[in-house]
Design a binder for this molecule. Sequence first.
Ligand SMILES: *Cc1c(COP(=O)(O)O)cnc(C)c1O
Length: 371
Amino acid sequence: MIPIAKPLIGEEEKQAVLHVLASGMLAQGPKVKEFEQAFAQFIGTSHAIATSNGTTALHAALLAHNIGSGDEVITSPFSFIATANTIAMTGAIPIFVDIDQTTFNLNPRLIEAAITTKTKAIMPVHLYGQACDMQTISNIANKHNLIIIEDACQAHGAEYITSLHETKKVGSQHTACFSFYPTKNITTGEGGIIVTNDEHIANKARKLITHGSTTRYYHDHLGYNYRMTDIAAAIGIEQLKKISTFNNKRQQNAIYLTEKLQTIPGIIPPTITPGHIFHQYTIRITKPFPKNRDQLSQILNQHHIGNAIFYPVPIHKQNAYPIYNSQSYPIAEKIAKEVLSLPIHPSLTTEDLNTIISCIQQANQSYSKSQ
Ligand SMILES: *Cc1c(COP(=O)(O)O)cnc(C)c1O
C-alpha cells in the first residue's frame, strides 16, 4: 500500500517527547516558546503564537483583527471547511470569490466585484502548498483598506515573487495561520500557529488563546483555551529542523510525476512553480482520458495506491452552508469534479512513483485497446 500521506516521525521527535514527559511540564511551557521563536524565524516574522490547531489559529487571528458581526470576509469556496467556519465563528459573513482553474487559488480578478462597504478582510488560501497571487491581492487590499489574513495551513515554507522580483515566504507580510495536523508538511499531532509582524495583534492573539488574560485569573475580555502543549511543541521543534529536506523531496517527487503524467492525454498535472511546496500533488482528469475522476480513483484503490479528493464539495454547496447553496462559482464546481490528489510525501521511493505513473498509464491504455 502506498499511503496518500505519511507523517515522518524519527528518533529525534521521540526523544524530545520523552524529555518533556520526564520534565513534568506537559501543558504550555518552555518548549512552546522555543517552537514559536523557531517558527517565527523560519517564516521571517517578529511574532508567532502557537495554538491547539489551525482552526483555532484562524479563529483567534480573525478576532485579534476585530473581525466579527456585520463584517464580510472574502475567501475561496474551494478549501477545507475550516476557512469559512472560522470566519462564521466570529459572526462575520464569508463572501466567496471563484478560483483560477490552473492554480486552484482565489482568482484575484474577481475580488474587486465582491467588495462592499461591509468588507473588512480578505482570507486567501494557499491551496495544496502553492502561494496565491499575493502581489495583486495586496494591491487590492491596500486600495480598499482591507486586512489580509492568510490561510497558510497547507503552505509551510511556500514562496512567491513580488513585482520587485523579491522572493517572499507565505505568511511573512500579513497575519497568517498554519496547521500542524499529521497530513501537513510538518506535524505536531494537532497544532497550529499564528504569525505576524504586528506586536499589537500578537499580544491580542496571545490573550485570546488563554481566556483573555495576561495575568493568571485576571481576565480582561472573553477568550478561549486554544494553547499548544509542550509535548506538541517538542515534536514541532524537531520537525521544523527537517522542513527544507521534506519540502525539497516533495518538489522532486512532483517534478518526476509531472514529467511523466503530462504526456497522458486528458491528465492535467500541476505546473511546477519554484515556490510550490506540494502539500498536495493534485491532477485534473479531463477528456479525452477514458476514465472519469471517480473511476480512476477506484483503479488506484484496487492497486493499493492511496489517493484522495480535496475537495469533493465546494464550501458553498455544503449542507452546513444552506444559504449559499443556490450560489454558483462555476470553476470551483467544475474543479471539484476533476481533481484527484496522488501520494507526494517525502518517504516515497522512485519505485512508488513509477507504480503510480504506470497505473495511470495502464488505465489510459487498457481502454484504447478495448476500442
Ligand atoms: C488543515 C487546514 C485547516 C485547519 O487546520 P486544523 O489544524 O485541521 O484545524 C484550515 N485551512 C486549511 C486550508 C487546511 O488545510
